[in-house]
Design a protein around this ligand. Structure first.
Ligand SMILES: *[C@@H]1O[C@H](CO)[C@@H](O)[C@H](O)[C@H]1NC(C)=O
Ligand SMILES: *[C@@H]1O[C@H](CO)[C@@H](O)[C@H](O)[C@H]1NC(C)=O
Ligand SMILES: *[C@@H]1O[C@H](CO)[C@@H](O)[C@H](O)[C@H]1NC(C)=O
Ligand SMILES: *[C@@H]1O[C@H](CO)[C@@H](O)[C@H](O)[C@H]1NC(C)=O
Ligand SMILES: *[C@@H]1O[C@H](CO)[C@@H](O)[C@H](O)[C@H]1NC(C)=O
Ligand SMILES: *[C@@H]1O[C@H](CO)[C@@H](O)[C@H](O)[C@H]1NC(C)=O
Length: 446
């Protein structure tokens, strides 16, 4: 470790001059302050590191401490998505010309989910809401309906037939793992998946579908770049994360050439305390009071990392079909994850009923901007890039999270028990299953 990484320096941090609206500065200062108070507490509550003997983990990769009401009079608007389907291959059941499949509504769907707790074996316990005793089940009876076209439901058989000998990879944090479980659960209704690999912590896995010789990987790399994370077995952090903003994590780049389709996503881990390195030199940090370092802001790091990721993808040989998935909003209410926040709504919001929080707006804007820049460069190089813009449609689903039902029957002994809620990940089955409809449409599977 480097000597400047030792703690106890007591000088102040220098706030970066932000080229953003003033409200964002307020947000960041508030965020930093809350994280300062709560960084360690969170790790104690929900450790990110698990021992070999522990069951498959489902850490909340979240240090997210904003109130919903930081800026009531600011109404962030989402730019419209640059993913526009322009190829109607299978009318009338498919996307019409120039339909933005990310603009729409959740509509009642009496047909119910594609799989259940008894027909899918890969649901991790923390997202297995039905088995954990969640009393209501209406949340599985909604389907994402783009406003100007219909979106065919994910058809695992057709999908597998069109993906013979191919491989997919989901690259990112535990939301990517949440998505891959939904994907594998849906596919396993057509063919049983065989788990052929998992890492020690059950965070990265590979499944194989032998009949179709189809493979699905999930690679846990929450920052996408090289990150030295110092946590002991209980998830207690002994030092700040050292984040190398210009060095991609070999965990995914080393295998990248073997994938035909990749779904890449960054996210909430960038809100955590980190020391930033570039070109093997410490250039600053995010939320490191007491260190004589420049506060660069999580947005600085997130933009830089997405740029490096997309530039790698554009230069990579082999030409995978690349989805960049956008950030996922959470739905903590009446508090945050650390202060008794809950998410006990049982129906979706209607469009316009809820606004994206500032931190998600910042991340989403960066994703849009970097994606657009890469799209232009990519089209010259013949690389297929798509923005899987799930942010807005996810925002409308406060009802789809485990809440207290991340644990089995949390109120069995005491109906007033205080339990940690998960209002970030999604119940399986649940709203995240719609992401499969979207990727199947975008991948152009027949
Ligand atoms: C639509 O997709 C089909 C099959 O992928 C392709 O052959 C055709 O050229 C596409 N049409 C347009 C207008 O892009
Ligand atoms: C599966 O979910 C149902 C509710 O949908 C529940 O009654 C049942 O107990 C669950 N199965 C298991 C094995 O927990
Ligand atoms: C299965 O697919 C892989 C590519 O993902 C290919 O290399 C391999 O040859 C295929 N195996 C068979 C038996 O076709
Ligand atoms: C990285 O650092 C080396 C010296 O350590 C320097 O020669 C090089 O120009 C730097 N590169 C960039 C991109 O800053
Ligand atoms: C903080 O860093 C600056 C520039 O690296 C240096 O000039 C200053 O002496 C440092 N202050 C302390 C208290 O270490
Ligand atoms: C939801 O939670 C809030 C407090 O967080 C509580 O006041 C309300 O009664 C709850 N609603 C239901 C339906 O449980």
């Amino acid at each position: 470790m480097r000597s400047e990484e030792t703690k106890n320096s007591s000088s102040s941090i220098h706030q970066r001059h932000l080229h953003h609206h003033p409200y964002r500065v307020v947000v960041k200062v508030a965020l930093s302050f809350l994280l300062l108070l709560l960084g360690l507490t969170f790790r104690l509550l929900i450790p990110d590191t698990f021992s070999l003997s522990s069951p498959p983990p489902s850490p909340l990769p979240l240090q997210h401490a904003l109130n919903t009401d930081t800026d009531d009079d600011h109404v962030p608007t989402l730019p419209s998505s640059p993913y526009i389907s322009t190829n109607a291959t299978d009318p009338p059941d498919t996307v019409a010309e120039a339909c933005d499949i990310f603009v729409g509504d959740w509509v009642p769907d009496p047909s119910g989910p594609a799989y259940t707790n008894s027909t899918c074996r890969v649901i991790e316990s923390h997202q297995d809401c039905a088995s954990n005793g969640r009393p209501d089940s209406n949340y599985v009876h909604w389907r994402w309906k783009p406003r100007d076209c219909s979106l065919p439901r994910f058809d695992p058989r057709r999908f597998l037939d069109s993906m013979r000998d191919k491989s997919w990879a989901f690259i990112g944090d535990s939301i990517s793992r949440n998505h891959v479980q939904s994907f594998v659960c849906s596919l396993s209704q057509a063919e049983e998946a065989v788990e052929v690999y998992h890492d020690e912590e059950y965070r990265s896995k590979i499944w194989h579908f032998p009949v179709h010789n189809f493979s699905v990987s999930v690679i846990w790399t929450p920052f996408l770049v090289k990150a030295d994370i110092f946590e002991d077995i209980n998830g207690v952090s002994s030092s700040e994360t050292q984040l190398h903003l210009d060095v991609l994590d070999e965990k995914w780049t080393g295998q990248y050439h073997s994938f035909n389709y990749v779904v890449i996503a960054g996210g909430k881990w960038f809100l955590k305390t980190a020391i930033y390195h570039e070109n093997d030199t410490v250039t600053g940090c995010h939320y490191c009071p007491g260190r004589n370092l420049t506060e660069l802001g999580f947005d600085y790091a997130y933009r830089k990392v997405l740029r490096v990721v997309l530039s790698f993808v554009l230069d990579a040989k082999g030409g995978a079909f690349v989805f960049l998935r956008t950030t996922t909003p959470d739905h903590f209410e009446n508090g945050e994850w650390f202060s008794g926040g809950t998410c006990n709504r049982t129906i979706p919001y209607k469009d316009g009923e809820v606004e994206l929080r500032d931190v998600d707006t910042i991340m989403h804007d960066i994703e849009m901007e970097e994606f657009k820049a890469a799209l232009e460069a990519g089209s010259k190089k013949g690389i297929t890039l798509r923005l899987l813009d799930t942010t807005r449609l996810s925002l409308l689903r406060p009802d789809g999270h485990p809440g207290p039902y991340r644990e089995s029957h949390p109120f069995a002994k005491d109906k007033n028990a205080k339990v940690q809620n998960d209002c970030l990940h999604w119940c399986l089955p649940g709203p995240i299953d719609s992401w499969n409809d979207l990727v199947m449409e975008m991948a152009g599977t027949p």
